[in-house]
Design a protein around this ligand. Structure first.
Ligand code: SIN
Length: 278
């Protein structure tokens, strides 16, 4: 694809691109927005350097792609309910995203994308690893693809968010989102198929025996975590990563304790997942 207003350097054949020649703090022209959107559709996660965004600029950039979601468990800073603080230091008992997941997949309409701007990063460590669920799907056998295409999974936020609240001693909300989604999700823009189950939010596959559900989910979690379709992002202060939750899973490395890693995420609302055979 030819880009005229941004530079796009793919990181791997399967996933990820570094974007330069753009200032995310400034309003984007129509062509620049369209090219950024095209790059996200092509590479699934985009990385930017040297983007010192204020919270308002961060939200304004996110809103170009849709309405912003408010996190179901973690409140934003005063006056910014749509901002999710991402913070770890010597007092932390857990970090956000320390197991493979697609953000808030327990929501009936899970977020299309997430945009993370880190302000403070450890001198080494604290990388985020992203995996292409298109590539993971493509690597399955035809028979497995066909079997999975007919299945629905139950996603629930209760276990993950209750554990978080227990560890940090927060009371938290009384209830959490729960939803049923196809195990193989068709991306609404690209039409490509992606695996859409993850160990943080997926509880079971519906209407199959419990041991079959467990075996299939365990297989998929191991399959999705293979390095063949991963990219690993090494953060610098004021880097930004923008990932498409509809076709990407990610995991944050907590290998820098007791170091500090801190920043903010905005989450762009999405729509109800569906499966359309092709
Ligand atoms: C998350 O959004 O899951 C956190 C990712 C990160 O901190 O790298």
């Amino acid at each position: 694809m030819a880009y005229e207003t941004i530079r796009v350097s793919p990181c791997t054949a399967a996933i990820g691109a570094e974007i330069s020649g753009i200032d995310l703090a400034k309003p984007l022209g129509n062509q620049q927005f369209q090219e950024l959107h095209d790059a996200l559709m092509a590479h699934q996660v985009l990385f930017f350097r040297d983007q010192p965004l204020t919270l308002d600029q961060h939200k304004a950039f996110g809103r170009l792609f849709g309405d912003l979601a408010i996190h179901p468990n973690t409140p934003g800073p005063d006056g910014h309910p749509e901002i999710l603080p991402i913070h770890a230091d010597a007092n932390s008992k857990r970090i956000a995203g320390e197991r493979w997941h697609s953000d808030v997949s327990c929501d009936p309409e899970p977020p299309m994308g997430s945009i993370l701007n880190l302000k403070i990063v450890p001198p080494v460590g604290g990388d985020t690893v992203f995996a292409s669920m298109y590539a993971a799907f493509n690597a399955l056998s035809p028979g497995m693809k066909q079997y999975l295409a007919g299945l629905t999974a139950i996603h629930d936020g209760a276990m993950n968010y209750s554990r978080t609240n227990r560890l940090i001693g927060a009371e938290g909300p009384k209830s959490f989102p729960r939803a049923e989604h196809p195990v193989i999700r068709t991306h609404p823009v690209t039409g490509r198929q992606a695996i859409y189950v993850n160990p943080v939010f997926t509880m079971a596959i519906k209407d199959v025996p419990e041991n079959e559900s467990k075996a299939i989910l365990d297989f998929l979690y191991e399959h999705c975590a293979q390095p063949h379709w991963q990219v690993r992002f090494r953060w610098q202060p004021e880097s930004v990563a923008f990932w498409d939750n509809r076709c990407v899973q990610h995991i944050a490395m907590w290998d820098y304790f007791p170091g500090v890693r801190s920043g903010y995420r905005v989450t762009v609302k999405g729509d109800k997942p569906f499966h359309r055979p092709n």
